[in-house]
Design a protein around this ligand. Structure first.
Ligand code: ADP
Ligand code: MG
Length: 256
C-alpha cells in the first residue's frame, strides 16, 4: 500500500433494509494512528456501519477498503488477520475463565479453524503457543491488567472487564480498533481513564480507532476527527470543534 493511502476508506456506502435506507452513500476516511469519532442521534446508522466493517451486514452500493483490501468478500477472521480489531457492545467475555485466558482467546482470533487444527499436535504448536502468550502478556501490560490477570473475569468490576475486552482485541495486534460505545455503563473515573487509555494506545502503537460513542465529552475530548451521521447521511466531518458547532449537527441533536 502506498504510504499516503488512508487505512480505512469508506466510499459511498449504502445499506437498505426493505424500505429503510440505513446508510445513504456515506464516505469518509480514517488515517493510520487517528482517533475518529462517529456520532449521530439514534437511528443515524452508526451501528449499521459498524456491522458492515465487522462483516455482519452486506452493503448494496459503494466500497469499503481496509489497508488496500476490499472488505466486500472478506470473512471476519480475514478482517482480523488484516488488522481490523473490534470489541463487542455486550461483553461476551468468558466469565469463568481468567482475564489472561480471555486475552489468549483473542490472540487466536485471526487464525481460522483449519490453522488451529494444523497447529494442534504439530511442530508449530509450541511456537504458536509461545507467540500467543507473548502477545497476550503485551496486551495485559498495555491495559495495566497484570495484577488481575489470573483472577476469574466474573469477579472483576465492570470497568476492569471492559479493559479485559480491549486487551483481548489488542492481542490480535490490530492497526484499527472499532469501539462500539465503550463508555456505556462506566462511572466518571473509569470514563476519564478510558479516554487517556485510547489516546495512549494511539500514541504508543500508532493505533487508529473508530469510536462510536454517545458520550459527547469523551468523543469531543479525544478524537482527532469527528464524523456526524443523521438519517444515514454524513452531515458533518472535521475537528471536534468544527463538528460541535456545525448547524446541521446542532439541529440533528435538538430532538434528542
Ligand atoms: P444507530 O446505531 O446510529 O442508532 P442503526 O444503524 O442501528 O442506528 O440504525 C439505522 C437504521 O437502520 C434505523 O432506522 C434502524 O431501525 C435500521 N436498521 C438497523 N439494523 C437493521 C436491521 N437488521 N433490520 C432492519 N432495520 C435495521
Ligand atoms: Mg447503534
Amino acid at each position: 500500500t502506498a504510504p499516503r493511502e488512508p487505512l480505512l476508506r469508506i466510499d459511498g456506502v449504502t445499506v437498505r433494509f426493505g424500505g429503510i435506507v440505513a446508510l445513504d452513500g456515506v464516505s469518509f476516511h480514517v488515517e493510520r494512528g487517528q482517533v475518529c469519532g462517529l456520532i449521530g442521534p439514534n437511528g443515524a446508522g452508526k451501528s449499521t456501519l459498524f456491522n458492515c466493517l465487522s462483516g455482519l451486514y452486506p452493503w448494496q452500493a459503494g466500497a469499503i477498503e481496509f489497508n488496500g483490501h476490499s472488505l466486500a468478500r472478506l470473512s471476519s477472521h480475514r478482517r482480523a488477520a488484516l488488522g481490523l480489531g473490534r470489541t463487542f457492545q455486550n461483553l461476551a467475555l468468558f466469565g469463568s475463565m481468567s482475564a489472561r485466558e480471555n486475552v489468549l482467546v483473542g490472540t487466536y482470533a485471526h487464525h481460522h479453524a483449519g490453522f488451529l487444527l494444523d497447529a494442534i499436535g504439530g511442530r508449530r504448536t509450541r511456537k504458536v503457543e509461545r507467540e500467543a502468550a507473548e502477545r497476550a502478556d503485551a496486551a495485559i501490560e498495555l491495559l495495566s491488567l497484570q495484577a488481575v490477570a489470573d483472577r476469574c473475569v466474573a469477579a472483576l468490576p465492570f470497568g476492569t472487564q471492559k479493559r479485559v475486552e480491549m486487551a483481548r482485541a489488542l492481542a490480535c495486534e490490530p492497526s484499527l480498533l472499532l469501539l462500539d460505545e465503550p463508555a456505556c455503563g462506566l462511572n466518571h473515573e473509569e470514563l476519564e481513564s478510558l479516554g487517556e487509555l485510547i489516546v495512549s494506545l494511539r500514541d504508543k502503537l500508532s493505533l487508529a480507532v473508530l469510536l462510536v460513542e454517545h458520550h459527547m465529552g469523551l468523543v469531543m475530548g479525544i478524537s482527532d476527527k469527528v464524523v456526524a451521521l443523521n438519517f444515514g447521511r454524513r452531515i458533518a466531518e472535521g475537528t471536534p470543534e468544527q463538528v460541535r458547532c456545525h448547524p446541521d449537527v446542532i439541529t440533528a441533536y435538538l430532538g434528542e
